[in-house]
Design a protein around this ligand. Sequence first.
Ligand SMILES: [Zn+2]
Length: 582
Amino acid sequence: MAYQALYRTWRPQKFSDMIGQEIVTKTLKNAIITGQITHAYLFNGPRGTGKTSAAKIFAKAINCLHPVDGEPDGTCEICQAADNGTLGDIVELDAASNNGVDEIREIREDVTYAPTQAKYKVYIIDEVHMLSTGAFNALLKTLEEPPANVIFILATTEPQKIPATIISRTQRFDFKRINAQSAYERMIYILDQRGNTYDEAALKVIANAADGGMRDALSILDQALSFGDGHVTLENALLVTGSVTQTLLGKYVEAVVNQNTKQGLAKLSEVLDEGKDANRFVEDLISYARDLLLYTEAPELVTLVPDETFTQLAKTQSANIWYNMIDTLNNTQQQLRFTNRPAIYLEVLTVKLSQPVGQGQVVSSVSSAVDPVATAVQTDRQSSEQQPTPSPASEPAQSVSHEEKRSQPVSEPKPVTSENSRVAPHVSEDQAAVFGVLSEATRGDLDRVTAIWGDMINMLPVPEQAMLNVARPIAASSNGLVVAFDFDVIRANAMRKPDLLQTMVTQIRELTQAQHERQLVFITTESWPVLRSKFVAQLPKHKQQAPAVNPDIEEKADTTEDNLVTEAKTIFDESIVEEIDD
Ligand SMILES: [Zn+2]
């Protein structure tokens, strides 16, 4: 005997077999009990939520010779014929497989004849929104003058595509997504009846992956069963669904909300090692966070089956955490669309999520990173309000920054975030420091640092590797190095890590076999265009006033501005210059 798919074999035969649609089934049963039957119904809802099953049960129940409390008895000749598909008075039509004009015409002729065996003729039209305009018109004519003892049940996932003239002639029922708990219980019931064995965790994974559709849940279960030779293992369930386990998700979320970046990255690498898709992972995280948010307020809306980690997180963390997490995840989802290096974005995400929530600095850094213009404007405004205070780290740049002060009083160097960050030694972030490096920058220095950058990162602990994976050296001199970060929040975080900075400075010196340590200047990738044009703009003047500059730039003394930009490419990281030039 050919194998029958679970969702066919276990298609509900009675309203009481249906799960998750209590309101619909109760109303339909009442209609049968009280004999208040209308001639057209619209069953609307997501796929796999039981619309066709309910239609078939309803068709049976209204024709059953001995209905019990609105349910078909399942044993009379009508019920038997309906179950065997031999009852001519119940007609099923799938609008998805043809445009339906001929079929609806046939129905129009057919409805004029009385039912042959049963009391009512029932036409079940699946995916009714797929009918052509012609077919809808034909159907409408029938609905306008409904023959006695004919019932239409129209099922759809997209009611907005059905003409209003049709909808207004139907009684509408909305089928809900089936929550994971119900799907889980139904699978246990089916497997127990069949005598299959299973890991409960496996069924939870399947229930969560089915995303509200019972048919999907049973299809996945079918596959997991076939892999596991009749036993449903967690491993097979994960394989079939491509899901990250709820346990792993939970552990990841637990790590980041506890600000344990290292643990979070370790969990992330488990996820990636399993070959999981980055987008799927972010989506899974969003629904996980969403469920955590709902758990205390509206537990009935939670789609997953809570485990211990989940309930613990829901109990101990405030809603604010989950709101923030969902925001950050949504942003990451946007970024993932434009990258072919998703792992890096997930690492950044992990570092971000591990930041304490509610720190004004983190929030403002994130927003300023989004809008480079705002950042630049803000920098200038702050600058004009305060006297410049060159940090000790910009020492090598001092002669340059003095010149800079005289010529451009408005754009004085001013650390952007120095008020609330404890900036460690070895690093600075102000314009004077950037100009200091640029004025002495050589392509050779940049090449030497770039060549060892990857090796240097590999020598760092994992969380710090993740931070520097979104940073690139963009200009270097013999005693300075400008590093651009894609995310301001990561940049600010890195600046507060004296150990990291010390290691970087030392390793860069050793790996490039340099005589001096290079002072680090951390900027954002977004701020780089502004800084670069300011630097280039002041170059000719700068050359007259401060002769002690890099010979590379000396050569450019008599070149035009355009040439300066071209020349800049030889000093700066070209990829970054190109990004900016457009
Ligand atoms: Zn019956």
